[in-house]
Design a protein around this ligand. Sequence first.
Ligand code: SF4
Ligand code: SF4
Ligand code: SF4
Length: 311
Amino acid sequence: MKNLNRRDFFKSAALGVSLTVLGTSKAKGSDKMLSDDRLGILVDTDVCVGCRHCEWACRVAHNLPTPDLDNYSDNSVFKEYRRPDAGSLTVVNKFENEKNPLLPIHVKVQCMHCERPACVSACIVGALTKGDDGSVVWDDDKCIGCRYCMVACPFQIPTYDYDRSIDPHIRKCDLCTDRRKNDELPACVNICPNEALLFGKRDAVLAVAKTRVKRKSDVYVNHIYGEHEVGGTSWMYIARKSFDKLNMPHLAANPAPGISESIQHGIFAYFVPPVTLYALLGTIMWITKRRSGDDDELISDEEEKGKGGKL
Ligand code: SF4
Ligand code: SF4
Ligand code: SF4
């Protein structure tokens, strides 16, 4: 319901807003070279058993209040589609497997750590940054609580810790920065009992994903979600069902940051009021989704030819 309202707001607002600001400034930053060593995680939804241990481990790793692990066997949570929030940086949802109803499909959701993150581009004070390791992290000290990142994110990921009403902070997956500093695996990867999550350098992870899809072409759809979407993401998925049926947003291969950066720079040039900015950022989402139809053909062609990833 929350998402629907937001989307409706954007659509209405976008109609009433001039796009002249879009041309006020040349986009910067989205052409930044990405490190060859950046990280990636593959979610093999065909291996995930929906135990939700990853949810538990993520909460523990981030000092969030969490029930005992035993409580995670309660499957009633799957009745409703859930999204990450300030208390759960990742959640697992269940989907029907028409071919084998006894083996439902489970899909873990969290920040995708986009290669060209719209949230970083939209942040007017540089509180969000993309690191050489591929992670998109934030600085609580810099964040002014404008929430433009929430509006810009094509996956609707950043949430706010509203319990801290005076000083709310962004909450989202941080790719377990602190654990990795201690040479530990991300908590969700570490705990996964079925090895449904594969962590490593993005190129290597992508290569594994391609191999699995090719070897089991009768099982997986020929699509690695996150390889191309919005310019690529650190988290990638393979599945036996098309991703639009798994509630993964249908997104174009072109990243949105160039546009949101133009808007961001326009704010400073012309003092665009916040309500106008929200409408403009809504327009970005609208444009991104509209373009997805055009880019589908391109993605399919590349997959057929086996192009798109680097070895
Ligand atoms: S998924 Fe959203 S919050 Fe995460 S990096 Fe991408 S744009 Fe930012
Ligand atoms: S990488 Fe860390 S922060 Fe992200 S979902 Fe996994 S456990 Fe949570
Ligand atoms: S811990 Fe692994 S198997 Fe269990 S729900 Fe998470 S990703 Fe799936």
